[in-house]
Design a protein around this ligand. Structure first.
Ligand SMILES: [Zn+2]
Length: 352
């Protein structure tokens, strides 16, 4: 009787046990029952009397169980052999039909493809400055499907901005530029996340850089450009920086963490105040920030997808007035006060 109760207990308890364990416990229990009733040991004995049943009875159960167990085992082996590996389920990384359609012309490019488009969607890019360069850079980053685009700027939209800062509109005059920019990006591509930071990037707000993979600097003054470079080097973040004046612009990827120069390696001497006039002082052709801003977005897409050759260690200069483009080599400077200190181990480490 106890022998039978043992099987009933196993059947009831199998939901709490792994199937394989329940099967092995059942087999062991049956083997024990057969053994204690076996004519090989003294019969009757107190244990066999307590468990109940007879040697023949339990032996018949063994004989009946063997084909059942063999059938189940064979079935498992067959299932394992015939099993087709399931495709890796990637619901969180797959694109909806409407996104596939939106990005189709990216996906058909050999250098980007579906894998590159996924990299773009996973990427986080921070654009410093929502002015002329930022306008086209932000719009093309959003159109390209960069998943998270942050924009940091403390200014508000003014009437005089609209000649070249095409991300803003006449009716958004007076609105913080970052909010206007995020509104425009969301209107263009609702599948991306636009984040607005209405403040200046400085030492107090530098922790923001940690939340991004790539920084784009489209600010319009030297002080900020040097500052953004220093903060990016300190944070180990790659920086695409562009600058424009009148008819000419330049752009490069500054990435000392990967062996390239930083901005200060290439421009070690700050121009004296007033020597290089700003756009407000010297003027700027309206499409120029559009051209350079689009180049920033282009270099960002290349950097994030690994397509082509980027501008690390190369400075591209665009002369809009004579329609000329030049690319010159840029190397890290061993005496750069910003990035060489980072690359050089501390004296104590050298001694070791
Ligand atoms: Zn440097």
């Amino acid at each position: 009787m106890i022998g039978i109760l043992g099987f009933i207990g196993l059947i009831l308890g199998r939901r709490f046990l792994p199937p394989r364990t329940a099967l092995w416990l059942g087999a062991l229990w049956l083997a024990l029952l057969v053994f204690v009733h076996s004519p090989l040991i003294m019969q009757p004995n107190p244990v066999s009397g307590f468990l109940g049943g007879s040697f023949i009875g339990w032996l018949i159960l063994v004989i009946l169980s063997v084909p059942v167990a063999g059938y189940r085992l064979g079935l498992q082996v067959l299932r394992r052999k015939l099993a087709v590996p399931l495709p890796v389920s990637t619901p969180s990384t797959s694109f909806a039909e409407v996104e596939l359609d939106r990005y189709a012309r990216h996906i058909m490019l050999r250098e980007i493809g579906g894998a590159g488009q996924k990299k773009l969607r996973a990427a986080r890019v921070l654009v410093v400055g929502a002015g002329g360069l930022g306008s086209s850079a932000l719009l093309y980053l959003a159109a390209s499907g960069v998943g998270q685009i942050g924009v940091i700027d403390a200014d508000i939209v003014e009437n005089s901005n609209l000649q070249r800062q095409v991300i803003h509109t006449d009716e958004r005059i007076g609105m913080p530029k970052v909010h206007s920019a995020v509104e425009a990006m969301r209107a263009l591509n609702p599948f991306i996340t636009g984040l607005a930071y209405q403040r200046r990037l400085d030492d107090r707000t530098a922790a923001l850089l940690d939340e991004y993979d790539l920084i784009l600097d489209g600010t319009d003054n030297f002080d900020t450009r040097y500052l953004v470079n220093r903060l990016c080097v300190a944070a180990g973040k790659p920086l695409i920086s562009a600058a424009i004046t009148q008819w000419e612009g330049q752009i490069s990827l500054y990435d000392p963490a990967s062996g390239g120069p930083c901005f200060e390696c290439v421009f070690p001497t700050r121009p004296a105040p007033g020597l290089v006039p700003s756009c407000a002082e010297a003027g700027v052709a309206a499409p120029l920030p559009g051209v350079l801003g689009a180049m920033m977005a282009m270099e960002a897409v290349k950097y994030l997808t690994g397509a082509g050759q980027g501008l690390r260690g190369r400075l591209m200069i665009y002369d809009g007035l004579y329609a000329e483009v030049r690319v010159i080599a840029a190397k890290p400077r061993v005496d750069c006060p910003v990035c060489s200190a980072r690359a050089t181990p501390p004296a104590a480490s050298k001694a070791l």
